[in-house]
Design a protein around this ligand. Structure first.
Ligand code: PLP
Length: 467
């Protein structure tokens, strides 16, 4: 064995310190000499220091576009970067430290890839924000946004405001944080967003809402919420879960929202094949979220490519969703087997006026209450609807895909809740949410006729409203 004992064990004396030249590590100063220095900034900044440094004043000389490297020096493979020589890699790090290159642009797949950055750029443009980040799911984005909004101080708990209506998993995250004693939460009726200033506290970190919301598609006036925050002198951020409208039907950032958080799983993915989410908004805020994403998870490259494909035909698909949504809302509104319909573009919707002011289209989700006596009536309707629909139509919880999806809300989304809990959340047993898809309108008419016919066969005819 080629074991060389250390000087200490042979002599029993402490060995003299090695001269610096024999150190197994190249001192950082020497490493920097491998490349021509362009800055005095140290390269030993922490990750967050580097992000902050990037945002700080960039010396004019370094802004020269000719010297800015937008892409990595050498791609090692599709998702991470490398170089053939250490000098080249050191150059990469030097550009990062000199703020020519953002850390997000260079280092490692979890911080971003060429594909994710391309998608993020497109999403930012579409939403009208400065910067976007993609996540492996809408919930992953929401969780990191909430985390980023909690101040780094234990002096005062952050206070969040949400509406009674909203995706239940978002509420679950916030309630978990409440139970740990980390935040305060106010859950306000949807009508109270008109006077949200009454709920603001000095420690309110964010007002977080969906518009339209789930399941009654309530439309919150984003500009009005922002105006109240500003007039109150509050620091609260306005954060919109922007899943139900799509960025083509509504632009909350232009109306004053500070951040939007869309689930890309729905309209943008577009065919029920994608699971992803995003956050978009002002760079300074999005960078706070970036820091947390760097320690967590980013949307995979193959998923980003599917999102890109979805973005390509989003405009055509949204037009079809809007057309079908309006068509189905009209049919349901005059059908005697239906108690009530909720569609933001229908005059009967409580927020119709806000919707017309704020949205350019009203989407492909329609919610309604069926005149059903029990779950068997509901099942007769949903099952016949699916059987008469094109292949790809299911009873399922999602929405925004090309094929219709129908959800008997108490069963599909609230199965684990007791009757009392469902009642408290305003989820009656006969509540149905229909994602109309992009199919020809006549197919939707036929499927609804089939559903109502099946219902009437159980109940006896009420009316032949659709035929
Ligand atoms: N926001 C809303 C309004 C949703 O409906 C959903 C999922 O259904 C999410 C967020 C979460 O998105 P994801 O399923 O991509 O995690």
């Amino acid at each position: 064995m080629n074991f060389v004992p250390s000087p200490e064990t042979t002599t029993g004396e402490t060995a003299p310190a090695r001269p610096p030249s024999q150190s197994p590590f190249i001192p950082l100063d020497d490493l920097q000499k491998l490349v021509a220095p362009v800055t005095q900034r140290p390269v030993t900044l922490t990750h967050s220091d580097r992000i902050r440094a990037f945002e700080a004043d960039i010396p004019q000389a370094l802004r020269n576009p000719a010297r800015i490297v937008a892409e990595p020096i050498a791609p090692a493979n599709a998702t991470t970067y490398g170089s053939k020589t250490l000098e080249e890699f050191a150059e990469l790090k030097r550009r990062e430290a000199a703020k020519i290159l953002h850390p997000q642009e260079a280092e490692y797949v979890r911080y971003g890839t060429a594909t994710s950055r391309r998608v993020e750029k497109k999403l930012a443009q579409l939403e009208g924000g400065e910067m976007a980040l993609v996540f492996p799911s809408g919930m992953a984005a929401i969780e990191k946004v909430i985390d980023a909004l909690i101040p780094n101080t234990t002096l005062q708990k952050a206070h969040f405001i949400v509406g009674t209506e909203g995706y239940r998993q978002t509420r679950n995250i916030l309630e978990r944080l409440v139970s740990r004693g980390w935040i305060e939460l106010s859950v306000i009726p949807m009508d109270h967003f008109d006077r949200v200033q009454e709920h603001l506290k000095p420690n309110t970190a964010a007002i977080f809402f969906e518009t339209p919301s789930n399941p009654y598609l309530r439309v919150i006036d984003v500009a009005n919420v922002k105006r109240q925050v500003v007039e109150s002198g509050s620091q609260a951020l306005v954060v919109v879960d922007h899943t139900f409208a799509s960025p083509l039907n509504q632009k909350p950032l232009e109306q004053g929202a500070d951040l939007v958080v869309p689930s890309l799983t729905k309209y943008i993915g577009g065919n029920n094949q994608v699971l992803a989410g995003a956050v978009v908004g002002r760079k300074e805020l999005v960078l706070r979220v970036f820091e947390l994403r760097s320690q967590s998870a980013i949307a995979r490259d193959d998923e980003c490519r599917r999102i890109e494909e979805g973005l390509e035909d989003l405009a055509e698909r949204i037009e079809l969703h809007n057309r079908n949504g309006a068509h189905v809302a009209q049919l349901l509104a005059r059908n005697p087997n239906v108690h009530q319909v909720w569609y933001p573009g229908h005059e009967s919707h409580p927020d119709y006026e806000v919707a017309v002011k704020q949205m350019s289209g009203f989407g492909g989700v329609v919610t309604f209450r069926l005149k059903a006596r029990d779950f068997h009536d509901v099942a007769a309707f949903t099952n016949a609807f699916v059987a008469a629909s094109p292949e790809g139509t299911y009873i399922a919880p999602s929405f925004g895909g090309e094929s219709p999806l129908i959800s008997a809300v108490p069963i599909v989304s609230h199965f684990s809740q007791t009757v009392e809990e469902r009642r408290a959340r305003n989820i009656p047993d006969d509540l149905i949410r229909l994602s109309v898809g992009t199919v020809p309108p006549q197919q939707l008419t036929d499927a609804l006729v089939a559903g109502f016919t099946a219902l009437e066969q159980r109940q006896g005819p009420l009316h032949d409203g659709l035929r």
